[in-house]
Design a protein around this ligand. Structure first.
Ligand SMILES: Nc1ncnc2c1ncn2[C@@H]1O[C@H](COP(=O)(O)OP(=O)(O)OP(=O)(O)O)[C@@H](O)[C@H]1O
Length: 277
């Protein structure tokens, strides 16, 4: 469904994307995981035709994203990181105007369906400025789905939301996948990548440093982690294939160590020596 080959993007002298390649299958939830500034938004902007790469190619549904921007726009939906809803209009009006602009047929029925789907039908007459952050994010999602896109791009969908509201949003995103849509999301939340994504690409300083299912990525460094935080708050990690090896190692040490299952943050730390969040 999505194919990215050797993507490079500079902003002046900053190499924001440095030779990134990956493929996403139809119906997958694919996540780009990485810290702030890793280049996630830039890749989303390239794939959604908002900016052009300096090198490389990408295709969505066989269409060249750079050459066929007009066609691409017909089958993608985008939830940008920055909220671009009209705050002075109601929930319904935001949906209606967007639908009219995009010449959506059976608009009223679709608006009702989607607002019900994201739990906002009851609030359809509320001004956007009166909605909570989580509700606004759900409205952005509903609006992006109005054109019934085959591929949905979500740039940091749950940034700034508290954990409970984040989980509600994840349920909605999982339902979207069930409608046979391909979902491309970016995140710097480990939990979000693990809870939602079929496959994850780990991005660091513009480079894709690992790619695979969350469990394969964890397996690649070792499924069990021994953790130690020194007096200065510095974290040290050792990863092991088996729980027994981890216990064996911990037993030999005098230090207060924590033994736990490896998560994607550990994978990132192992590969880069840095933390994500
Ligand atoms: N318009 C721009 N002009 C100059 N530099 C930019 C621009 N947009 C991004 N950058 C730089 O490119 C790099 C990648 O930024 P990008 O926004 O793609 O990262 P990100 O992983 O999405 O992080 P965030 O979650 O903070 O948006 C960063 O060093 C950033 O400062």
């Amino acid at each position: 469904m999505i194919k990215v080959e050797g993507l490079v993007k500079y902003y002046g002298k900053v190499k924001a994307v440095d030779g990134v390649s990956f493929e996403i299958k139809s119906g997958e939830i694919f996540g780009l995981l990485g810290p702030n500034g890793a280049g996630k938004t830039t890749i989303v902007k390239i794939l959604t035709t908002l900016t052009k790469p300096d090198a490389g190619r990408c295709f969505i549904n066989g269409f060249d994203v750079i050459k066929k921007a007009y066609e691409i726009k017909k089958f993608i939906g985008v939830v940008p990181q920055e909220n671009n809803l009209d705050r002075d209009l109601t929930v319904y009006e935001n949906m209606f105007i967007y639908g009219k602009l995009h010449k959506i047929s059976q608009l009223k029925e679709k608006i009702k369906d989607l607002l019900e789907n994201v739990g906002l039908w009851e609030r359809k007459d509320a001004l956007v400025s009166k909605l909570s952050g989580g509700m606004q994010r759900r409205l952005l999602l509903a609006r992006a789905l109005l054109s019934d896109p085959q591929v949905l791009f979500l740039d940091e969908p749950s940034i700034g939301l508290d954990p409970q509201i984040r989980r509600h949003l994840w349920e909605i995103i999982k339902r979207i996948k069930k409608q046979n849509k391909t979902v491309f999301l970016t995140t710097h939340y480990i939990e979000e990548a693990e809870a939602l994504c079929d496959r994850v690409g780990i991005l660091s300083k513009g480079r894709l440093i690992a790619l695979g299912t969350p469990s394969a990525l964890k397996q690649s460094v070792g499924l069990f982690t021994v953790e130690y935080t020194d007096k200065e708050g510095r974290l040290k990690l050792w990863t092991f294939k088996t729980k027994e090896e981890a216990y064996e190692f911990a037993k030999k040490n005098e230090l207060p160590l924590v033994i736990r299952e490896t998560n994607l943050e550990d994978v990132f730390i192992k590969l880069t020596g840095e933390r994500i969040e």
